[in-house]
Ligand binder design. Structure first.
Ligand SMILES: *Cc1c(COP(=O)(O)O)cnc(C)c1O
Length: 352
């Protein structure tokens, strides 16, 4: 059996509180398509978390959340500014272009997977001609695809820049919980109070069965969104089972506790890896992912031992992701195998 513990945070199961809430919703008949009390309560819980009257929708996965949110912001001739490592660019099979009927992703660079505001300015200045797609939205990932976290000041600055340039601001929050804990911030302060219009709030990676919330702080943009969901095959008839697990996650700050655990495990793993000669951390460990470089033969040997992980930055790189379910013993097993694969003296059984 492959070791999938660190392959992603979506390899983990369902957190106990999400499961309890799911089972509690499995009681009798209720209205379908979101007109039930569980969905109503989950929406209200979300409004409490964000301290505002936002519009809340539940969909099955992050690709749909991002693509449909961006489709609500853009016409077919628009441009969507994102980081060159963005999930919307490389991991959504062209979903944003498909659901917007042609909006183009415009790529900007920046350290640690964060958008460089200067790069956005330049890109907008270079797209004023009628022959180019008209920049209409910025989408950023919080936390980023390489595990870094935008500070509240950085979000605020991007929010102001977007307002000045008449751009809508969307957050891909597949790992929003990990960012909130990392910053010890109020969710409102790093979203709508900073100028964010729409958030894809990830549930799956923080321990829900399979649900992501699309949250419109700019409620005007949510007009007809439910039709978009329906047409895209993302309107669950038994909506209560997408919504109810959120109740378990959001109550008693369970989501923050679980994300805090994942972040702590990543810090522990990052530190242990960093101490091994031949291993370098590629990015600051600010959420639940650790990116390292190590010699290519060691990467290959680790795979030989059954460990499943991505090498998103080349054959001498490895990405390890922690979750609500990560256990310290799993970290110890991984570290022991990485040490062995690096050929460090105490574990190397082969002659040099
Ligand atoms: C996991 C992830 C998503 C969502 O992916 P799905 O597989 O469609 O649920 C979106 N954005 C980022 C940055 C992710 O890591």
């Amino acid at each position: 059996m492959p070791h999938t513990e660190f392959a992603s945070d979506n390899t983990a199961g369902i957190s106990p509180e999400a499961m309890v809430a799911l089972m509690a919703a499995n009681n009798g008949t209720t209205a379908s398509y979101g007109n039930d009390e569980w969905t109503q309560r989950a929406r209200d819980a979300m409004r409490k978390v964000f301290e505002t009257e936002c519009e809340v929708f539940f969909v099955f996965n992050g690709t749909a959340a991002n693509s449909l949110a961006l489709a609500a912001l853009c016409q077919s001739y628009h441009g969507i500014i994102c980081h060159k490592l963005a999930h919307v660019e490389s991991d959504e099979c062209g979903g944003p272009a498909f659901f917007t009927h042609g909006a183009k992703l415009l790529l900007v660079d920046g350290a640690d997977g964060k958008l460089d505001p200067g790069g956005i300015d330049k890109l907008v200045a270079a797209h004023t001609d009628i022959h180019a797609p008209k920049p209409r939205a910025v989408t950023l990932a919080q936390s980023t695809e390489v595990g870094a976290v935008y500070t509240p000041e950085e979000i605020q600055a991007l929010g102001e820049a977007c307002r000045d340039m008449d751009l809508a601001l969307h957050i891909d929050g597949a790992r929003f919980a990990n960012a909130v804990v990392s910053l010890n911030a109020q969710p409102a302060d790093i979203t709508w109070r900073a100028g964010v219009d729409v958030l894809s709030f990830g549930g799956t990676k923080m321990g829900l069965p399979n649900s992501e919330a699309v949250i419109f702080f700019n409620r005007e943009l949510a007009r007809d969104f439910v039709y978009r969901c329906k047409q895209a095959g993302q309107l669950a008839s038994k909506m209560r089972f997408l919504a109810a697990p959120w109740l378990g996650a959001l109550e008693n700050n369970n989501w923050l506790r679980r994300a805090g655990h994942a972040n702590a495990m990543a810090r522990r793993l990052g530190f242990a890896l960093w101490r091994l000669p031949g291993v370098e951390l590629l990015f600051p460990v600010q959420s639940n992912a650790v990116f390292v470089s190590m010699p290519e033969p060691a990467v290959a040997a680790l795979r030989e031992r059954g460990w499943s992980f991505l090498s998103p930055l080349g054959v001498n790189s490895a990405r390890f992701v922690c979750s609500w379910a990560t256990q310290p013993e799993q970290i110890e097993r991984l570290i022991a195998d990485v040490s062995a694969c690096l050929g460090t003296p105490d574990t190397n059984t082969e002659p040099a």
